[in-house]
Design a protein around this ligand. Structure first.
Ligand SMILES: [Zn+2]
Length: 134
């Protein structure tokens, strides 16, 4: 078992039928990001608007992997609960009046549109270990 560190943020889309857009970014490879996210927690493509996309990005020679998802509200709860248990960020870094407490991923304390930036350390089985013969 190893862990994958990622930064994330949830964007709330309230117009029409609610959906949540969740972004996770990691310095690790796209392969490891795929391995760390259980497939049952990815949005189901049969649902309207639901989708997910893994990407490798290159920013001036620095590579990082991104998971971009859109969840209808009923599929968002399980993934938020799952992420909350692996959070490693401790306190709100915003200085506008709140007392440094940690806000939930879905929190609207500082914006109606986006939740707080958060950091997770997700335990997972490395793909190389999965391929070991039994
Ligand atoms: Zn705050």
């Amino acid at each position: 078992m190893t862990t994958l560190k990622a930064q994330g943020q949830l964007r709330h889309c309230f117009w029409g039928e609610y959906y949540g857009q969740l972004i996770l970014i990691t310095d690790e490879s796209e392969e490891l990001l795929r391995a760390a996210i259980p497939s049952e927690l990815l949005p189901k493509p049969r649902k309207r608007k639901a989708k997910h996309e893994f990407q490798t990005c290159d920013d001036k020679g620095k590579r990082y992997a991104v998971l971009s998802t859109i969840y209808p509200s009923e599929e968002l709860d399980p993934v938020v609960k799952w992420l909350e248990q692996y959070r490693i960020d401790e306190k709100c870094k915003d200085r506008r009046g709140c007392d440094g407490e940690r806000h939930p991923i879905t929190g609207c304390e500082h914006s109606l549109d986006v939740g707080p930036p958060f950091e997770v350390s997700i335990p997972f089985t490395h793909p190389d270990q999965q391929e070991l013969p039994l």
